[in-house]
Write a protein that binds this ligand. Structure first.
Ligand code: NAD
Ligand code: IPM
Ligand code: MN
Length: 367
């Protein structure tokens, strides 16, 4: 049987820097655990625009549809700020998500013990935190029509449309309930049913799906209150299910519960393919971090942990995913810190590649 295939789209800014470390880790699993992947690489975002004039070439899109999983670094950067909207780097990522129909974006926020006192919140509020945000990823205001900038009288109007069908809400809800079933069996759905019709429908559909999961304790919260509760008492949550835009914002907010945006991985999953694996793209929650790009300062852990999610959700290698997550935990416990995790001025951060070295050493020590 051929090896499972991985398409690596490192992208822009710190994307290629953190992906280099992930590539070393993929190599380690091949050499030391017999987990070989057929890895191919291609361009996305600004890097693709520079070569092809579009942020995602059709051939790359076709490849992404064929492989067992895609790993993506990050896209975007100031160099591309003035490009026409239709060819901005972010459009490449959005096209991948939409055309692969990756409707369920899993964004876990876990606070490793070693970082509990590094969060901007008090240690006891975040220590032991383990929540999962399920963000609907292919609908809502990101994709709704009409959209655009139009002339209206003597001025312009910018329009985006929040639009959700019942089936879109339902399939994401099922993914969230399934996750709750293998976790702590609690699900909090967040919308703004007090001001948005799409929120009213969201709540109705989630209540309907809940009938199939009687063991899961379901609650509803307005998303603005949810944002407040997330920083007031985040451990009240187990799984959160929310829409595309609220999920984007709430997950960046959740990053600070874990210490740094450089720690947060994600999995974007779609329907099962013929081989039973879900369509999947794994990507850190963070962006291309133009302020630190090219300086060897980026924390590769979010991207590394995204590969751990690939091991778990695409390749059924839960034990190896645990091994990789434990390696991250050990390295942090040993005090190895990239600059984003520095507690005081006096400490010396490690570079991106030194963090990679430490992770590989921890993996070796796990054998
Ligand atoms: P960002 O996530 O790139 O950076 C926000 C802050 O977090 C910066 O101070 C950055 O230095 C820091 N940071 C992020 N990742 C880090 C890491 N791994 N290690 C250490 N520090 C890290 O968000 P932004 O500055 O708002 O956006 C920059 C560009 O990235 C924009 O073009 C945006 O559209 C794009 N973006 C892309 C993705 C993606 O590709 N999935 C996600 C978010 C933003
Ligand atoms: C994310 C990013 C993306 C989003 C952008 C880059 C399209 O912020 O993955 O969180 O808004 O979904
Ligand atoms: Mn975001």
């Amino acid at each position: 049987m051929s090896n499972p295939s991985l398409l690596i789209l490192a992208g822009d800014g710190i994307g290629p820097e953190v992906m280099t470390e992930v590539q070393r880790i993929i190599g380690w699993f091949g050499d030391k655990r017999g987990l070989k992947f057929d890895v191919s690489e291609d361009l996305v975002g600004g890097a693709a625009y520079d070569k092809h004039g579009v942020p995602l070439h059709d051939d790359t899109m076709a490849k992404a549809q064929e492989v067992d999983a895609v790993l993506l670094g990050a896209v975007g950067g100031p160099k591309y700020d003035d490009l026409d909207f239709s060819v901005k780097p972010e459009r490449g990522l959005l096209r991948l998500r939409k055309e692969m129909d990756l409707f369920a974006n899993l964004r876990p926020a876990q606070c490793f013990d070693a970082l509990a006192d590094f969060s901007s919140l008090k240690t006891h509020i975040v220590s032991g935190l383990d929540i999962m945000i399920v963000r609907e990823l292919t609908g809502g205001v990101y994709f709704g029509e009409p959209r655009g900038i139009f002339e209206e009288g003597n001025e312009r109007v910018g329009i985006n449309t929040q639009r959700y069908t019942e089936s879109e809400i339902e399939r994401g809800a099922r993914a969230a309930f399934e996750l709750a079933m293998v976790r702590d069996k609690r699900l909090c759905s967040m919308e703004k049913a007090n001001v948005m019709e799409s929120g009213i429908l969201w709540r109705e559909v989630v209540n309907e799906v809940a009938k199939d999961y009687p063991e899961v304790e379901l609650s509803h919260m307005y998303a603005d209150n949810g944002a407040m509760q997330l920083v007031r008492a985040p451990k009240q949550f187990d799984v959160i299910y929310t829409d595309n835009l609220f999920g984007d914002i709430l997950s960046d907010c959740a990053a600070m519960l874990t210490g740094s945006l450089g720690m947060l991985p994600s999995a974007s999953l779609g329907a099962p393919m013929d081989n039973g694996r879900p369509k999947a793209l794994y990507e850190p929650v963070h962006g291309s971090a133009p302020d630190i790009a090219g300086q060897g300062k980026a924390n590769p852990c979010a991207c590394v942990l995204s590969f751990a999610m690939a091991l778990r959700y695409s390749f059924n290698e839960g034990a190896e995913a645990d091994r990789l997550e434990a390696a991250v935990e050990k390295v942090l416990a040993d005090g190895v810190r990239t600059a984003d995790l520095m507690q005081s001025e006096g400490e010396t951060p490690v570079s991106t590649s030194e963090m990679g070295d430490a992770l590989l050493a921890a993996l070796d020590a796990s054998l």
